[in-house]
Design a protein around this ligand. Sequence first.
Ligand code: ATP
Ligand code: MG
Length: 281
Amino acid sequence: MTETSRAGTEQRIELEHVEQRFHARGTADGFMTAVDDASFSLTSDPPRVVSLVGQSGSGKSTIARNILGLQKPTGGRITFNGRDIFSLSRTERDEYRRNVQPVFQDPYAIFNPIYRVDRVLWKAAKAFGLAKTRAAADELFEESLSAVRLDPGRVLGRYPHQLSGGQRQRVMLARVHMLRPAFIIADEPVSMLDAQVRKLFLDILLDFKQQYQMTTLFITHDLSTVYYLGGDVMVITKGEIVERGPVATVMHEPSHPYTQLLLDSVPRPDPDQRWTDRITV
Ligand SMILES: Nc1ncnc2c1ncn2[C@@H]1O[C@H](COP(=O)(O)OP(=O)(O)OP(=O)(O)O)[C@@H](O)[C@H]1O
Ligand SMILES: [Mg+2]
C-alpha cells in the first residue's frame, strides 16, 4: 500500500458549543448535562495529540461518542470539513467513517469470541475496499500487524481469548494502520494495560502521528500518559472544559483549581516514606 501524505489537505473536526443532556432522576428539571458547551477543533495538518483528561463521569466518553456519530448532541454542532456530521450524504459518511477511527478501552468487546481475530481486519479491508483478493489482504494484514510490533504468525488464525489484552489492543491499532484515518478517537485505550505494554501502545500512537500524519484525541484520567504523549491537553470537569493548552504549560502552570486538584491527586512514590496504613477491604 502506498504511504499517504496529507500535507496540504487539512482535515478538520470542529465541535461548536456541543451540549449533551440526558434524562436523569432526582434533578430539578429531570435532566443532567453530561457535556456543557464544548468547543474545540481537531486538525490533521500538522498532526497532533490532543488529550482530554478528567475524572470518572466528567463527560469524556460522551464527547467521544458524539464525535464518532454514535450519539447526536442535544445542542451545538459537530462538523467534518465544514459539514455537519449528522447530515452527511452516504459518500461523505463513508469518508468520515474511514477518517475517524475509534480505539476503545476494552478491545475484547469488539471481537466476536467465535471468530478468529483476522475477521476484524478482514471486515475492515472489505468494508473499505483495501484488498481485492485474500492474498492481497494477507499481505496487508502482515504489514499492519508488523507495524504495531505483533508477529503475524502468532496472531493470525487465533481466537480473541488466545491473545493478551495488549495484543488485542494492538490488533485494533493494526486495523487503524490499515485504514490510515486522519483521526483516532482513543477512549481510555491503555487503562487496562500494564506499564510496559502501555508505553508500547503510546509509542505506536506517536509513530502513527509522525509517519502517517494521524491526529489523536486521547481520552484518559491518567495524567502520566498525558505527560508522556505531550502535545495539547484539555481538562474537563462536570461536562465543562475548564482549561486547555500545551501539556507542559497546563501541567506546570495550571490556571484552574480543578487542574491543580488533578495534579495533586497523582501519587508520587516517595522511597523514604513507608506506607504504614493498613488496607482494609
Ligand atoms: N446514555 C446515557 N444516559 C444517561 N446518562 C448518561 C448516558 N451516557 C452517559 N451518561 C452520564 O453522563 C455523565 C458522563 O458520562 P461519561 O461516560 O461521558 O463519563 P466519563 O468521563 O467517560 O467517565 P469514565 O472516566 O468513568 O469513563 C455520567 O454522569 C453518566 O452517568
Ligand atoms: Mg468514559
